[in-house]
Design a protein around this ligand. Sequence first.
Ligand SMILES: [Zn+2]
Length: 72
Amino acid sequence: MRGALADGGAIAGERLVTWRRPVHTHSTGRTCSEPGCDTVLSIYNATDRCSVHRTFVTIVPRNPGSASADNT
Ligand SMILES: [Zn+2]
């Protein structure tokens, strides 16, 4: 119990700065870039496509081992 508690106070002061991290938002009123899709994107959506048309990017890799559907 010497001057250790003083250092703790300095750390608490630093938290006052870090709580205010910039929120990455985007312009409002954007719509999905997919032709024919008028879905309005969220300002928090970093992509230019809606959730429906964004899924094809994350294609689940085919599993060569389970080519056979009969697994009973
Ligand atoms: Zn879309």
